[in-house]
Design a binder for this molecule. Sequence first.
Ligand SMILES: [Ca+2]
Ligand SMILES: [Ca+2]
Length: 649
Amino acid sequence: MRDYEDFEVWISADGEGGGYRVRANEAGEWRFELNAEALREKARHLAEAFEGQDLLQAKTFEEAKDFGHILFRAIFPLPIYGKLREARARRGFTKKSVRLRLHFDRAGSLVGLPWELLFDGERFFCLSAETPVVRHPEFLGSVEDPSRKSPFRVLAVLPEPFRQADLDAQGELLDIQAELASRIQDGSVFVEPLERPTFRGLMERLKVAPRVQALHFAGHGETLPEFGDGALCLEQEGRIRRADSVPGFALAPVLSDAKELRFVFLNACEGGRSASIENPENLAHRLLEAGVPAVLALQTPIGNRAAKTFCRAFYHLLAKGCSLEESVAAGRQALQTGAFGLAWASPVLYLRAATGQVIWPKFPWRRVVLLCGAFILALGIALAAREGKRIYDRLTHAARPHSLTRRAPDPACPSPRGLDFAFVKIPSGEFTMGAPARRGDRAKERPAHKVVITKSFCIGAYEVTDRQFNAVLTGRDASTSPGFDLPKTGDSWNEAQDFVAKLNQRDPEGHYRLAWEAELEYAGRAGSSAAYIYGDQERDLEGQANYLDTDGYKKVAPIGSFDPNRWGLYDVHGNVEEWVADWYAPYSPYAEPLIDPRGPTAGTGRVRRGGSFRMNAKSCAAWSRKSSEPEHRSDDLGFRIVRSPKSPS
Ligand SMILES: [Ca+2]
Ligand SMILES: [Ca+2]
């Protein structure tokens, strides 16, 4: 679909001396002389060539150029031509083609000249869709642009009176239907032959629904000099194959009432030609006066074959949603390449509307449906792949024999006798605790600050299990104790301390305790400054920890179900949250570095760390901290223990 910018030229008779005046938008007014009578004579001579006598083509083509150049020089004095060139040069920015809109204002015999031959020394304007020439009839203002209402119904008026044996009306109907076939199939266009091609038949049809948006007339026309009018030859009512000449003034009110009419194609040889020099009105003018937004008519006979060629090319483009200007240019080009003489200059496009768009391009449903289908398929594949990976991860985790993942006890960090605790020895060192700028909870987890751990310690490789808990409470060995290798949950901070006290009774050498908060973060990070063991993005946690429903475990997972961090700690992120020894307080922005921090000496809440199966990745980050009263219990809250190394380093 091409967009047009109007270059409007007004041509009028000059009151004095028989000359003419021309003005154009943005350029001044200029006077010119033109011997219209001599030019009309020349045009009559050329008109013979319009009928396609291609023997003379080369010669008449040159004559047509000369003629077109005379017209051009008359109405395009240098300043106006300069403005036209500017308008064309703007196309690079505005993406709009230039439509020459010729207004004739009391221009008398100039109206009857074939302005479609306008030639600027290089090209005939109207042969290109880039520079179509349209005529805006005298004294008539613009009409509203046609509505986009669909479908588009073409009423084909194809009378066949006896004297029109040379016209192939039925063939023309088939041609139109063939060119509009794609639109007819999808229901956006209908082509309806007028059942009774009589004046009364036409009147009656236009009055009833479904309303008609275009009228295509194929047949003969006449000039009626006595009325200063043109006429269409329809069939006589009740008399087969007898012509009924219907003048424009009779036709006009009928079409005036057909409010949805967007354009009329008069494929009749006299439709566009002036009745006489003194009365430049013709049939097309009558219809435009009646309010039809666009009329396409022939100003000279062009012969049946040429008319057929033009029609096919014209409707072919119209079906694609091109404007009348583009479709007419395509028809002209088909005539020119088909060696139909100067027939290409015969069609005249009259336009009262701002746009020549009458059928709009098809909405690309098929493309949209295909694209949507491809998108849904790709989404389906992606989701299936993700789900497949999740199932695979779960199967491989489930298949892993957990007892074998238990680390061999470090000699410096032995398990209490009869129990199966696995400890990892963590060296002294320093690290940055808390969340970096723009991450984590500003109030709780920032600022990040330097922490020095001055003593090595032994920390549980796993969260304390249900079976270990029972063994300690009952004083039994772990191997004979009831329970599961699932993390022990549901204990308050105080109950966790009771457990630690019992353990110390059983093995006083170990100096068992809950981890300090700084120790747990230090051991959990294992030298990394990232949010998670494997990276900094939340998605890095996927498949690496038991957290909110991404891994197949809706509740607790057996300890050691996921890979450990670099120092050998399991379930640092998620599975169950872990109590640490400290009271909770926000981090201080001032004291740095902190040496072996132990939290505040008093408070209301104890710190929970590491997130749980019920929490999202953000809550499982290395710096994530929450707090609860010491009596708080939850089924996703457990703990991890620390012991002193046997021989401190
Ligand atoms: Ca989970
Ligand atoms: Ca955990």
